[in-house]
Design a protein around this ligand. Structure first.
Ligand code: HDL
Ligand code: ZN
Length: 411
């Protein structure tokens, strides 16, 4: 292959390689209405709500007093009609509508609503995943979510396109409330998170691993996350969560760097980002060498050091360009530094999709950015005297999009 063929071949391989999307907030059809899809959910996505409040004179209180339809109409008018949709999140909705054959320049959402109302979910789901080039997604499954837990307890049928991830925020980030919830379920736990409590949490996790068959355990941590510390979270991690991960052979996913509710008036859109002290990640990976850690950090300033830590610890798998990082300028930058320092040994992206159709635009945008960075790596290889074939590139992209995750999770 020569230099001027690289872009075409890389784009072709990236476009045709189906992705395993390792972190989303999507749900298999069996979970019913907690799985979000359709135009009104797309347009009221919390990323767009944040942008709406900058473009509109409507106060959050006035906005929250509206119903979902009226909220979507207000956002559509402000961000898509009165302004050009050039932000990542607004352009994403344009991409979804155009991909589905709808008019992204429409004055109202009337026709889009008619289209989505006419869809049967199963065929729509298959069409959306095909358009996105996504073969499987990993959900975010919370055993203490009263909306979701009953489906698991009743025995939700397996769907090979949807893998589970056991999410632990309610236990690890708010033990007082988590302990109360577990106590109501009959677990003998107390606020101190002593040995009896950690044994009971272990029993709880083992039960839910049996119910969910998760690919990994997961938690989102604030930028101030410190491990170890003299706190309930450390005791729960050291005596329950990490020993269970080790015994079950399941990775632990840590997403670190959120600053929660810096503006509570914006609700889900009210979170921000903070630079974390990644020495906690260093201590986890060193002190728990038999546990594998999937790590995503939210601050752009933490990315380079995460790559350095990944060079030090083979049980650390960096993944994704999370949330405020999921923009072409930063996805390309992060992918370049990961390729330079880690070769193919990282997971370049996850969608974090909350609404089904978002996988279409999130993966189209990410594929474009990843292709630019990857093509440049092959060009440099050729210039330095190396060779690369299309099957080499196939092998590399399959690692990045699929088998780095399936191997790490021993799937
Ligand atoms: O904690 C998480 O999994 C985050 O991804 C949050 O859900 C966040 O609100 C989000 O949607 N980010 O994209
Ligand atoms: Zn998420």
């Amino acid at each position: 292959m020569n230099l001027d063929q690289i872009d075409t071949v890389v784009t072709r391989v990236i476009d045709r390689t189906p992705v395993l999307d390792i972190h989303t907030h999507l749900y298999a059809p069996a979970f019913g209405r907690i799985g979000l899809w359709g135009i009104d959910e797309l347009v009221t996505y919390h990323y767009l709500e944040a942008e709406f409040f900058r473009a509109s004179t409507m106060t959050p209180d006035q906005y929250w007093a509206l119903d979902k339809i009226a909220r979507a109409d207000a956002i559509w008018k402000a961000l898509f009609v009165e302004r050009t949709p050039i932000s990542e999140a607004t352009r994403g909705v344009v991409c979804v509508l155009a991909s589905l054959g709808l008019d992204p320049g429409a004055e109202t959402l009337k026709d889009a609503r008619a289209y989505f109302n006419a869809q049967s979910f199963e065929s729509h789901l298959a069409n959306v995943l095909a358009l996105a080039g996504v073969s499987e997604v990993v959900m975010t499954n919370d055993p203490l979510d009263p909306e979701e837990a009953p489906s698991w307890e009743q025995g939700v049928g397996a769907d090979p396109r949807f893998h589970a991830a056991l999410r632990l925020d309610r236990i690890l980030n708010d033990w007082t409330a988590g302990a109360a919830a577990l106590a109501r379920l009959g677990y003998d736990v107390d606020a101190g998170a002593g040995p009896k409590s950690t044994d009971e949490v272990r029993r709880f996790l083992e039960r839910w691993i049996g119910l969910m068959k998760p690919r990994y355990l997961a938690v989102s941590m604030t930028d101030t996350f410190t491990f170890p510390a003299d706190d309930a979270r450390t005791r729960l991690m050291q005596h329950a969560v990490l020993p269970v991960c080790k015994a079950a052979g399941l990775p632990m996913s840590l997403m670190i760097g959120v600053r929660r509710q810096v503006n509570p008036a914006l609700r889900l859109a009210g979170d921000a980002v903070g630079q974390a002290d990644l020495r906690s990640v260093e201590r986890l990976c060193r002190d728990w060498p038999d546990v594998r850690f999937l790590i995503s950090v939210l601050s752009r300033e933490n990315q380079h050091e995460l790559c350095v830590y990944a060079r030090k610890f083979a049980n650390l798998m960096p993944f994704g360009c999370w949330w405020f990082l999921n923009n072409p300028s930063i996805v390309e930058e992060m992918t370049r530094e990961r390729l330079e320092m880690l070769g193919q040994s990282f997971i370049p992206q996850h969608s974090d999709a909350r609404v089904l159709e978002q996988v279409i635009y999130k993966w189209r945008s990410s594929r474009r950015s990843i292709a630019v960075a990857l093509a440049d790596s092959y060009r440099r290889l050729l210039i330095d005297g190396g060779q690369v074939t299309e099957s080499d590139i196939d092998r590399d992209v399959t690692r990045l999009f699929r088998t780095n995750f399936t191997d790490f999770c021993r799937m």
